[in-house]
Ligand binder design. Structure first.
Ligand code: GN1
Ligand code: MG
Length: 361
């Protein structure tokens, strides 16, 4: 790998690199916190080319969306360096650089005195994150969606994820199929369910919007002093999508009693009180912008995103762990089992989940 100094040298910044450490818990890109000799810090990210086939188009989205949000924040008198991500241009005015090995890098302003969480530590945090993601959607409601590139085709197309899983089963590239028969059965028995949102969209009950598509709690930065939310990060998958999936991905990751890769399934339970807080916050943050159909399908979005993510982990396990970063051999299988446990929990509480949405509409 090339030196970080040579990467940073391409960007329009001053000083010399004195420190560079791995940063955050993302499963896809390679993220580092870089400190310069003048004390200024930046976040450098090597974009995963295996996942994002066209990093140049991705960066076009990135700059377009962040500029759009920044203009709104400035208008409202907010802090444009802390309430939205800022990509630093290269010395020749581009939003990314390509290193000697053909890898794509971007450099971001480090949001000072900020922190991200992998798990809800205080319930208000989850409520606040819901308001932020709801508001994020609201801010992008008039973004010209037709100018956005699809950075990962069919990203949250659940029937297509199902198809990819069936392909992975068929190939059984690593001979792991026998070990996962229960998980395969679990997925297969939800083949029809997987189509629910695509059918609702085709029937005009679910509109396409500009969505974030990766609304995990750890994709929100909080102010370490006030504890309040600062900004939404991880903007690589902003694309046209369904609001209920943005809602759902947050529930999948946050409204649970355990981390995404907890292996003791007795510790993995759907937390309906956190779900309720998120429902309240998301609806408030969206400021009346959600249609009746969307509101009605919020609970389905939660189950769908959890099911889809479980299928993605399972497919990656069968394919030999080529997509998600793993830290132990069965990591992706553990993650799949964890997600499927949550799916079962939510299915059992679907009526209560629906009643909670009604309460806040
Ligand atoms: C990935 O990069 P990260 O860790 O924020 C993935 C999401 C998954 C998530 C599961 C581009 O997000 O879709 O829901 O892992 N991002 C991509 O934790 O595939
Ligand atoms: Mg992330």
């Amino acid at each position: 790998m090339v030196s970080i100094e040579s990467v940073i040298a391409a960007f329009d910044v001053e000083g010399k690199v004195v420190d560079c450490i791995p940063f955050g818990n993302g499963h896809i890109n390679d993220t580092r916190l870089v400190t310069m000799d003048n004390g200024v810090q930046y976040v450098a990210q090597r974009i995963n080319k295996n996942v994002f086939k066209r990093p140049d188009l991705l960066m076009e989205n990135y700059v377009g969306v962040t500029k759009f949000i920044r203009a709104k924040i400035e208008k409202m008198g907010g802090d444009p360096l802390r309430e939205v991500l800022n990509a630093i241009p290269t010395k020749d005015g581009k939003s990314f650089t390509i290193d000697a090995e053909g890898e794509y890098w971007r450099l971001l302003v480090y949001v000072t005195e900020s922190i991200g969480y992998d798990k809800v530590e205080r319930p208000e945090q989850f409520y606040d994150s819901a308001v932020s993601f709801g508001d994020f959607q609201y801010m992008l409601r008039d973004y010209p969606a037709e100018t956005l590139h699809e950075t990962i085709v069919n990203f949250h197309n659940t029937p297509d994820r199902y198809r990819q899983l069936m392909e992975a089963i068929e190939n059984d590239a690593k001979g792991r199929l026998a070990e996962v028969s229960a998980e395969v059965e679990f997925a297969k028995s939800r083949c029809e369910f997987a189509k629910t949102l695509e059918i609702a969209h085709a029937e005009g009950r679910l509109p396409l919007r500009v969505t974030h598509n990766d609304t995990k709690l750890n994709n929100i930065l909080f102010d370490i002093n006030t504890g309040k939310t600062l900004c939404v990060v991880d903007l690589d998958t902003i694309m046209p999508g369904y609001s209920v999936n943005d809602f759902g991905d947050s529930i999948r990751f946050g409204a649970t009693t355990a981390l995404e890769d907890e292996t003791d399934l007795s510790k993995v339970n759907f937390d309906i009180s956190l779900y309720e807080l998120y429902v309240k916050g998301f609806i408030e943050g969206a400021k009346g912008g959600l249609t009746e159909g969307e509101l009605e399908m919020l609970p389905i979005g939660a189950i769908m995103m959890t099911f889809e993510c479980g299928m993605r982990f399972l497919a990656d396990y069968l394919n030999g762990d080529t997509y998600f970063r793993i830290h132990r051999p069965s990591h992706n299988l553990d993650r799949c089992r964890n997600q499927f446990k949550l799916v079962s929990d939510m299915e059992a509480q679907l009526d209560q989940m629906r009643a909670i949405v009604k309460k806040y509409c």
